[in-house]
Design a protein around this ligand. Structure first.
Ligand SMILES: *Cc1c(COP(=O)(O)O)cnc(C)c1O
Length: 498
């Protein structure tokens, strides 16, 4: 057995002992292969793919992606990858960049739009117009980069962006308008052509967030499914993000941001010659970076190939069809919107006796979260999403080829888990606690007050999330957004505490 290091850094330990400890630490993690963990991992279910990615990473682990003139292999691999992405999702003249993930791709697209608006239109206080279902990464980018967000409610029945309302929100300060293909939360495709058209009429840039759908939708189309146009070929779309670490099944840390031309992409780059060190040109956020992530993504794409991705998309489509049919015929379950395949969000409705306040036919948060806990107890990791702006709370699943063979088992366990959840007493939040929490100002809370609220919510950080998350999330759902954000920050701070 590996021994516990006696001090923060030991004098040194044998390699096999170090590796054994690393492997052992994963015992408490969610499984990353096998089709039972949704949202966090994407499993192609292909024999040997993990080993290929690992070998490719290892071959390039020590290469520094900072400088392609010293490591020309990096430029060759990145150009190959971006060319493949542009062939699938681009238009003539498109140029792109390999990044560490969807968040970085989005961050860079927002930076390019901000700097483009400043340079071309003299916009000094830029805004980004976002449907309310746009990924949180756009809010993060706006926060980091000093843009104001203008959030436009989506259609409450279809969960798709309202193109007319988005168009009406565009103003002189708008640097960027966003559409999702599909949205992360509900898996529905926004009316990209209408939104991009409205942006183009105002001379404003439009980004399509295809982080999750970009490598699935075109291949689904090849299997004969109808997929509306959503990429750079749509007039008015000026940039697009696609994560290769989702439906291209590369390891985490692989995404591409694509622009309509090199002139727009130029605004993404950072160059600096005003210091005594080497002349700096950084296309992405990082400076020095390993060539490993690029190499493993390249290897996975080359190996799976066009035909392989078409076959994998067919399997995802099949899994989605079967899961949707099962969910739609289940009593008290409501699928949200018309998911494009891959993602499914559903809510459960209250039945007499479970939650009198939710009532029959209304989404029932307490029941939904009990269901998530019951499913977790059966080895399935579904992602709870809380209510927002009138949109119901739900459970979120991402389907991968590894799920195809498990759909029947999933539906059977779901039916059992739902019965078990209905038999549990509803979780309620003490109105006195809510009144107290509502009166707190997150900006002026001291550490002791925050610790007390966290402890009350069952989040003291020592053991991560409690085994049953329903009581925590019901409380969290009821709190005002700024307080929620403060508590989440403190909670994660308490997890990373030395
Ligand atoms: C995953 C995702 C992102 C963010 O990507 P990360 O890779 O988690 O940084 C953005 N938008 C959509 C639609 C996504 O699915």
């Amino acid at each position: 057995m590996p021994t516990e290091p006696a001090r923060p850094l030991p004098a040194g330990r044998p390699a096999d002992e170090v590796l054994a400890e690393l492997r052992g630490l994963r015992a408490a993690d969610a499984p990353t292969r096998g089709g039972r963990t949704f949202a966090y991992v994407y499993d192609a279910g292909l024999e040997g793919l993990d080993e290929l990615a690992a070998a490719a990473y290892t071959a390039y682990a020590t290469v520094n992606g900072l400088d392609p003139t010293v490591f020309p292999s990096v430029a060759r691999l990145e150009n190959d990858l971006v060319r493949a992405v542009a062939a699938l999702l681009g238009a003539p003249g498109a140029q792109g960049t390999f990044t560490s993930g969807g968040t970085e791709s989005i961050m860079l697209a927002v930076k390019a739009a901000r700097d483009h608006a400043r340079a071309e239109r003299g916009v000094t206080a830029p805004q980004v117009v976002l449907p309310s279902t746009a990924h949180a990464a756009f809010h993060k980018a706006a926060h980091y980069l000093g843009l104001e967000t203008v959030v436009v409610p989506v259609d409450p029945a279809t969960f798709r962006a309202d193109a007319q309302a988005v168009g009406a929100a565009i103003g002189d300060r708008t640097a960027l308008v966003v559409a999702s293909a599909p949205s992360y939360a509900h898996g529905v495709i926004d009316p990209v052509a209408e939104i991009a058209g409205a942006a183009a009429r105002r001379g404003v840039l439009c980004h399509v967030d295809a982080c999750i759908g970009g490598w699935l939708l075109p291949y689904l189309r090849r299997t004969g499914r109808p997929v509306p146009p959503f990429d750079l070929s749509v007039p008015g779309v000026t940039s697009l993000s696609v994560d290769l670490h989702k439906y291209a099944y590369a390891d985490k840390g692989a995404s591409v941001v694509l622009y309509r031309d090199a002139g727009l992409r130029r605004h993404q780059y950072f160059a600096h010659a005003g210091w005594p060190g080497y002349p700096v040109v950084n296309p992405t956020v990082q400076g020095t970076k390993s060539g490993g992530l690029l190499a493993q993504a390249w290897a996975v794409l080359q190996h799976v190939g066009d035909d392989g991705y078409t076959a994998l998309a067919a399997r995802v489509g099949e899994a989605s069809d079967r899961l949707l049919a099962g969910l739609r015929s289940a009593d008290g379950v409501r699928v949200l919107g018309e998911p494009a395949a891959g993602l499914v969000a559903f809510t459960v409705t209250g039945a007499a006796g479970h939650d009198a306040t939710a009532g029959r036919g209304r989404p029932d948060l307490s029941l939904l979260l009990h269901l998530a806990d019951e499913m977790r107890g059966r080895g399935w990791y579904l992602q709870p999403q809380l209510s927002f702006d009138g949109l119901p709370p739900n459970l979120h699943l991402t389907l991968t080829p590894a799920t195809v063979g498990r759909v029947d088992a999933l539906l059977k366990d779901l039916a059992e888990a739902l019965s078990a959840a209905r038999a549990l007493p509803p979780v309620t939040v003490d109105p006195a606690v809510l009144a107290l929490a509502g009166g707190l100002d997150p900006a002026t809370l001291g550490p002791d007050e925050v610790a007390a609220v966290l402890a009350f919510a069952g989040l003291d950080g020592d053991a991560g999330l409690p085994a049953r998350t329903a009581p925590v999330l019901v409380l969290l759902d009821a709190l005002p957004q700024p307080l929620k954000e403060r508590l989440l920050t403190e909670f994660v701070g308490s997890v990373f505490r030395i």
